[in-house]
Write a protein that binds this ligand. Structure first.
Ligand code: OFO
Length: 164
């Protein structure tokens, strides 16, 4: 049986993952509105991944006999500025999520909750990948700028991300 402290912390993380999904859907719509269909597609796939992250935690919580307490998801903004600003905001958001995952991992360790620690290892590794992927996109955007044709090439590449 999972501790109440860990249960509360996992419920908070489930909410954070669901909030990430909402945020990326809003960003996707913003990019779509600017006709950057590739970036819109990439962010929509990212939103589905976040829902998967939340669902994986829900399954774990329930397998441990915990109680799922879904919380309200704050409404994301509707305006995000330029495409580069969208991806910079994505990177900043992922860094915030990494901090939350690390805190959760530390909590599992301090509670000697080995099962949670092992389950959270997947998220620790996933965050390394998330930050690396988004960081690379931000670097490319900064390199090509938003005035020339380079950004449209990036847009076509972003549109090739496979659906999860
Ligand atoms: Fe769930 O990794 Fe992004 O937020």
């Amino acid at each position: 049986m999972i501790s109440l402290t860990m249960q509360n912390a996992l419920n908070a993380q489930i909410n954070a993952e669901q909030a990430s999904a909402q945020l990326y859907l809003a960003m996707s719509a913003h990019c779509d509105g600017k006709s950057f269909k590739g970036f819109a597609h990439w962010l929509k796939v990212q939103a589905s991944e976040e829902t998967m992250h939340a669902n994986k935690l829900i399954d774990f919580l329930l397998d441990r006999g915990g109680k799922l307490e879904l919380r309200a998801i704050p409404a994301p903004p509707t305006e995000f500025g330029s495409i580069t600003q969208v991806l910079e905001a994505t990177l900043a958001h992922e860094k915030g999520i990494t901090a939350k995952i690390n805190a959760l991992f530390e909590l599992a360790r301090s509670e000697k909750d080995y099962a949670s620690e092992i389950a959270l290892q997947w998220y620790v590794a996933e965050q390394v990948e998330e930050e690396a992927n988004v960081g690379q996109i931000v670097d490319h955007l900064r390199a090509v700028g938003e005035q020339g044709g380079g950004i449209w090439y990036l847009d076509s590449k972003m549109g090739k991300r496979a659906l999860v």
